[in-house]
Design a protein around this ligand. Sequence first.
Ligand SMILES: NC(=O)C1=CN([C@@H]2O[C@H](COP(=O)(O)OP(=O)(O)OC[C@H]3O[C@@H](n4cnc5c(N)ncnc54)[C@H](O)[C@@H]3O)[C@@H](O)[C@H]2O)[C@H](O)CC1
Ligand code: K
Length: 455
Amino acid sequence: MTARPILTAAEMRDAERRSGQPERDMVERAGLALATAIARFTGPLRTLVVAGPGNNGADGMVAARHLAAAGWDVAVAVAGQSRPGSVAAELRADWPGHLADPAAAAPATLVVDALFGTGFARPLDDALMAAVLPLWSAARLRVAADLPSGVDADTGAVLSDLPAAHLTIAFGALKPAHRLQPAAGRCGRVAVADIGVEVGSTLTELPRPRVHPPTAQSHKYSRGMVAVVAGAMPGAAALAASAAARAGAGYVLQLMAGGALDTHPHAIMRRIVSADAVAEQLDDDRIGAVLVGPGLGRDADARRRLDAALLSGKPLVIDGDALALLTPSRLSRHPGSILTPHDGEFRRLFGDLPGSKVDRARAAAARTGCTLLLKGADSVVADPDGRAAILPPASPWLATAGTGDVLAGIVAARRAAGDTPFDAAAAGAWLHADAADRVGPGLIADDLLTHLGPR
Ligand SMILES: NC(=O)C1=CN([C@@H]2O[C@H](COP(=O)(O)OP(=O)(O)OC[C@H]3O[C@@H](n4cnc5c(N)ncnc54)[C@H](O)[C@@H]3O)[C@@H](O)[C@H]2O)[C@H](O)CC1
Ligand SMILES: [K+]
């Protein structure tokens, strides 16, 4: 499946400019797409379109015209002055009815938020906020043109706290705010409308991966062998090892510092080895990926096990405790590794980097030469070459102990199967989220293990 591009506000403006289409034509397409989507989403409702001064407002004015022409009861409120001669000003002049001030507008069942889109730059001023908040709150349905007003298109920050939309029609392409939290949580369902603009980007939505089931020619080593270098806490490593096996690795070896060897499942090969013996165990050409971090611990013994993993020369997936023991400069000596930090681990390693979550993940990837899988409700994968992808909203039930260990195991399985670091991280994130959807509410990390096969 092809990945849907995600464009920043500046990239979208560029794409619109390059399309060579008159602005009015694009606004007409956007407004028609908005009206069509609204009509598909719901039957005729008493509707209030709240239109801002720029092209987002213009899109709203066009949608209002189409809905009114279809017989809907449509009122329009306008905020701010449109630039004389602009498309928005033309459309306001052409509106046959009254253009209310938002402060004086009557609430309606459906509110179309066409206040601001990609041009939104600063929080709504207090008077506008006071005027629109009751309108948004009173509406039973809120539909946003391009973006819910109040969110920053590029970072996904919420600058003005308005009630979430139920439906957002993104024009031309997804913007980062449709996928990055907290803005993504304000969008409701998101649909992308074609406005005749060709779009492409190094940032995409993370697509369903191509995972091939084994063939008649497959054997356990050809499917990929994963070694999990564990330490003092075998439980986390056992979850990761099981996840690697369930995600398709043909052979999983768990190297432990201690604990019980007869832990389920018995399909995992477990060995208790001293830190000195780890290097020897990893000196095996059949090993396609080494996972280090889950259950490693942070003591001197853990450091020696980590050193052995780093020096193994094998493709690495570095998670959890291993990330806590490393620095960016040390990581940069192991380019091509996959790092799977959550926000806290990321901040400890790289500090408070500026920009969006995508910018931060890209900066860390560029600095270390590693692929970043920056986890969270809006997981981001970023490669040192600048490519990045955002996972569509995943089950919030994933916010529970052990799910990170499972994710690291899936990523290691994909890497051992021959995926590039970027593809392995992306596939891991997608399969993990898909497993969570299959389990449903109330999941614990162990439940994910039995839902990792391709479907
Ligand atoms: N660019 C195109 O050709 C097309 C764009 N489409 C739609 O237009 C918007 C982007 O339009 P733009 O005019 O650039 O910006 P906005 O309408 O989002 O904002 C208007 C205007 O408002 C000012 N502003 C920003 N923040 C505030 C604030 N908090 N308070 C007051 N005023 C504010 C700012 O100066 C802006 O200029 C895009 O999202 C699409 O919906 C069409 O879809 C296709 C053609
Ligand atoms: K809007």
